[in-house]
Ligand binder design. Structure first.
Ligand code: SF4
Length: 694
């Protein structure tokens, strides 16, 4: 490094990519970031990092950043740069006008899991207190909403049970619907270290993910199930546990509801749930299922990690409850080395959910119809609050197309690219009278916007993110907001302009308000985080330094609750016209819709999304490596270059969704989880053919 004689300073902050939540030391010369060094005292990463956190931060100063507010009458008009005051006033006037003509419930907002807790909190507060309805939802709707529902039903709280360190005590790891080497690399390294020490690995995934073939890792079983049959596989595992006497009777008797356990055990023992009966459904040989179930159930410590391959299904919530059932039945909860652990995709999925982004829940997962909870927020916010749940994201789209929903504020999420069935989303967005986008770049969603409010990158943010292990990490500003305003300040100004006074001196005051109103956060403050580094909620009088492992001694809800989980096949079926099943995921160097990583050096490693196809399927269709192919489903069509690989089984194709234009979500379907409407990204019936052969 060449010294220019300019003093260096460092700021400790948190990576804004995945749910691992690595801490970094940003090194600056003057006001220029010169490098990001993984922080050795980071609670989640202990000095490790991956290529995203280490290298992919240059987007913050990329020339495409929009730094001035802009407005336009119609989304087809050219943008006009305006002052902050004019943009806020224009947005507020049009929102109030829409409400006067179409009613209080005709507007709403979507929060972002990329933003800080404090930024998310202010948006949902604006909706509830200034808009006067509960039409607030989060992009977690399309990833981990089934986790929230399922874990809450079983254990009483919507969060993973363990800290990452806990995996160091695991003897068996059941990894299902997750590919941590690409999506959660630093945690994957920790997991691999434990596996190399001798822990056994069971992978349940249609694809042969890296961990299945990692040297010195004992992937004892790869249960290569057909996409969309997770619940059937779990029922088969449960059947073995119940019928072969592998239930931890003392744990169940002491910690779980007797009635719900008895009903679940009777359900699991039914012959139709045996591995033999379900083998034709899942495609997994019965003897493999039996061996995996025995391995998991008899290990001193067995733990479950899962990802979007569990949640993004029409039975996503059922599957989360099935995982919870298995862990409770075998006594694998409430100590180190065990548990049920969602690997969250974005940096602040946990936090955006904790902060009350859902249309039915205030911060801390408390229902809007609960009078005593509403009283807390009515006192704090000085407004009478609506007691009816608002619209979820898919309902907002449908209502926009039906003409009942007219105004939408979107915080830091490119819903036009990331949500399924892009044509349907585009129709909804183009039907709105007013779309306000708060973001870094003009993205696919902003193409339909009337107001653009420039956002801040993580290097400019001041607040907290919460990672997949409930760890509240400080996000410290490395540079001043390049757009001249923090995102929460713009939101407060919009609320003020709509007639609801909302004011904070700084983001620390917002966290203080969260602590005042939300019991699991009552001990959290910037002062505490500066002193101890990070804490895992609940952090309160009972646990002043946080809670690494939850449900020790008893569950948050008291006794653990079992739920029967009948398998219901997705309505999305392969047929003669669409004989292949498409499933989607991520790769290491890119991140989600790529808005950030595509504007960094990481583009070198992955310049386009490709379609993985099995050699037999490719040969049958005359497809060679690199052939440009059409990928067609019931809802749409797109083009990708083919990559021939046996990492996908015959009958399954796979792609990522990091690039706009010919994006995967042009073909993904509208089916969704029965409980939460989380889209079924993981199962779409498709056909593939060489582009020129149509
Ligand atoms: Fe960032 Fe996740 Fe990589 Fe850590 S593992 S550096 S949090 S992307």
């Amino acid at each position: 490094v060449i010294s220019l004689g300019v003093p260096r300073r460092t700021v400790i902050t948190t990576c804004a990519y995945c749910g691992v939540g690595c801490s970094f030391k940003a090194e600056l010369r003057g006001d220029q970031v010169v490098r990001m060094v993984p922080y050795k005292d980071g609670g989640a990463n202990e000095g490790h990092s991956c290529v995203k956190g280490r290298f992919a931060w240059g987007y913050a100063t990329h020339k495409d950043r929009v730094l001035h507010p802009m407005i336009r009458e119609a989304y087809t008009d050219p943008w006009r740069e305006v002052s902050w005051d004019e943009a806020i006033s224009y947005a507020a006037t049009r929102l109030k006008d829409i409400q006067s003509r179409h009613g209080v419930a005709s507007i709403g907002a979507i929060t972002s899991s990329r933003c800080t807790d404090e930024e998310v909190y202010t948006v949902q507060k604006m909706v509830r207190a200034a808009f006067g309805n509960n039409n607030t939802d989060t992009c977690a709707r399309v990833c981990h909403s089934p986790t929230g529902y399922g874990l809450s039903q079983a254990f009483g709280t919507s969060a993973g049970t363990q800290d990452f360190r806990s995996v160091d005590q695991a003897d068996v790891i059941l990894l299902i619907g997750a590919n941590p080497t690409d999506a959660h690399p630093v945690f994957a390294s920790r997991m691999k270290r434990r596996l190399r020490q001798g822990a056994k690995l069971i992978v349940a995934d249609p694809r042969r993910i890296d961990l299945v073939r990692t040297p010195h890792v004992d992937a004892a079983h790869h249960l290569q199930l057909h996409p969309g049959t997770n619940v059937a596989l779990m029922n088969a595992l449960a059947h073995v546990v119940v019928t072969e006497g592998l239930v931890d009777e003392s744990f169940v008797a002491e910690r779980c509801e007797a009635d719900s356990f008895a009903a679940w055990a009777e359900f699991a023992a039914r012959p139709e749930n045996s591995p033999e009966a379900l083998a034709s459904v899942t495609g997994v040989p019965a003897e493999d299922v039996r061996a995996a179930a025995r391995l998991y159930a008899t290990a001193p410590n067995a733990t479950i990690y899962y990802g979007l391959g569990v949640t993004e299904h029409s039975q996503g919530s059922t599957m989360v409850m099935a995982l919870a059932n298995l862990a409770m039945a075998t006594g694998n909860l409430g100590r180190e080395g065990v548990g049920v652990n969602p690997l969250r995709g974005q940096n602040n999925v946990q936090g955006s959910c904790d902060m009350g982004s859902f249309p039915h829940e205030f911060p801390g997962y408390r229902h809007v119809s609960d009078d005593s909870v509403r009283a807390i927020f009515e006192k704090e916010w000085g407004r009478t609050l609506d007691n009816e749940p608002g619209l979820r994201i898919p309902n907002m789209f449908d209502a926009a197309i039906d003409g009942h929903f007219k105004g939408l504020f979107v915080q830091g999420e490119d819903i036009a690219q990331s949500d399924p069935n892009s044509k349907h989303v585009a129709k909804a967005l183009s039907s709105l009278e007013l779309l306000i986008v708060q973001d870094l770049f003009i993205n696919q969603t902003a193409a339909y916007a009337h107001v653009f409010l420039p956002g801040t990158s993580f290097l400019e943010k001041d607040g907290t993110f919460i990672n997949a292990e409930r760890r509240i990490n400080r996000v410290r500003p490395v540079m001043q907001p390049r757009n001249g305003k923090h995102e929460w300040q713009a939101v407060c100004e919009l609320a003020n302009a709509m007639g609801y006074p909302m004011h904070y001196e700084n983001s620390s005051q917002i966290l203080d308000e969260i602590a005042r109103t939300t019991p699991a956060f009552s001990g959290v403050s910037f002062d505490l985080l500066d002193k101890v580094g990070s804490v895992q909620w609940p952090c309160n009088e009972k646990a002043p330094l946080g809670t690494p492992v939850m449900h020790v001694g008893s569950f948050v809800r008291g006794k653990g609750h079992f739920t029967e989980t009948p398998f219901v096949a997705t309505p999305e079926r392969a047929n003669r016209r669409f004989p292949l099943i498409l499933t989607t995921g991520r790769i290491l160097s890119q991140y989600n819709v790529g808005a950030q990583t595509r504007r960094t050096e990481n583009l070198r490693w992955h310049g386009e999304d490709v379609l993985d196809i099995h050699p037999f399927d490719a040969e049958e269709r005359g497809i060679a490596e690199g052939t440009l192919v059409s990928l067609a489903s019931r809802v749409g069509e797109t083009s990708l270059h083919a990559h021939i690989t046996d990492r996908v089984p015959q009958g399954v194709v796979y792609t990522t969704f990091h690039f706009p234009g010919d994006a995967a979500n042009l073909v993904t379907t509208e089916f969704s989880d029965w409980a939460t409407n989380c889209p079924e990204y993981k199962v779409t019936a498709v056909e593939v053919y060489p582009k020129s052969a149509k």
